[in-house]
Design a binder for this molecule. Structure first.
Ligand code: ADP
Ligand code: X2W
Length: 255
């Protein structure tokens, strides 16, 4: 079977109905060509509900500090609201979508990142369920909610989650975000980053916040799979199609 493609969607794309519609139309076309898995975030949606319910929330180096008491809200938004919305829209696009968390079938195991609270560090664990679904032509849509060995639900950054899923399935990985790719200090697109150069871009402050996690996730996936990883924008309707054809778009992170 052709190797699968994992596509990660940041939560922000769900806030634009027209962009989401275009994206799902492209996903529908790609699904005819190769097995696909979607992994999604929803950081903006988590933040907005936490604030509405009177919590404060802080991200450090692009990752949310998540007190365990906030997990019902975080899981409610990511595994509940955002996941079910994506599944419904994907099914409307004739995709045979199945909504899952990272913990489904023990697909992704998580260590607890205690310095951040109920935050998980994901690692590939068991590909049986996802492989079964792909073999039967289903489209798995995974939220970034995981579980620890001791049965605690964990908030996992969705870029790290997508990298772990790509490693699990020996898949290609495209991280779609709200900018055209990784930008340099002048705001121009960097077309290629060698994995060994990533630390310099982070240390000199060129790459920060959410993009810092994305770049680290891409480097980790590139090293583990010996494949190059793409970071590209969902605002550019053609980027995903070009990437799926093996053409250039956004930033490519390679060894
Ligand atoms: N060098 C950089 N190039 C592009 N974006 C950057 C860079 N450094 C920081 N960022 C920020 O990272 C954001 C993307 O990360 P994030 O907000 O986590 O998106 P997503 O929800 O898609 O994962 C951009 O919108 C931008 O504000
Ligand atoms: C630990 C951690 O940072 N979890 C993320 C999970 C969602 C996410 O990553 O969403 P985006 O892809 O839309 O940014 C969060 O709480 O925001």
């Amino acid at each position: 079977m052709t190797s699968p493609l994992v596509i990660k969607l940041g939560g922000r794309v769900l806030q634009s109905a027209s962009n989401l519609e275009r994206l799902l139309t492209t996903v529908q076309q790609l699904a005819l060509l190769r097995p696909l898995v979607l992994v999604h975030g929803g950081g903006d949606q988590v933040e907005s509900l936490l604030l509405q319910l009177g919590h404060t929330s802080l991200k450090v180096d692009g990752q949310r500090i998540t007190p365990a008491v906030q997990m019902p809200i975080v899981a409610g938004v990511l595994a509940g609201d955002v996941n079910s919305q994506l599944v419904a829209l994907a099914q409307q696009h004739q995709l045979n979508a199945v909504g899952l968390t990272l913990a489904a079938g023990h697909s992704i195991a998580c260590d607890v990142d205690a310095s951040r609270g109920a935050v998980g560090i994901p690692k590939p664990n068991d590909a049986t369920l996802l492989q079964l679904l792909l073999d039967k032509n289903f489209l798995p849509i995974l939220s970034s909610i995981g579980a620890s060995d001791s049965g605690e639900r964990l908030n996992v950054n969705a870029d790290l989650a997508a990298a772990a899923v790509a490693q699990l399935l020996h898949a290609d990985l495209i991280l779609l975000t709200d900018v055209p790719g990784i930008l340099d200090k002048n705001g121009d697109l960097i077309e290629t980053i060698l994995a060994d150069q990533a630390d310099v871009l982070i240390a000199d402050g060129t790459v920060r916040d959410g993009m810092l996690v994305k770049l680290n996730a891409a480097v980790q996936a590139a090293r583990a799979s010996r494949r190059s990883i793409a970071v590209a924008g969902w605002q550019d309707a053609k980027a995903l199609t070009r990437l799926a054809r093996g053409e250039a778009a956004g930033t490519r992170i390679r060894l």
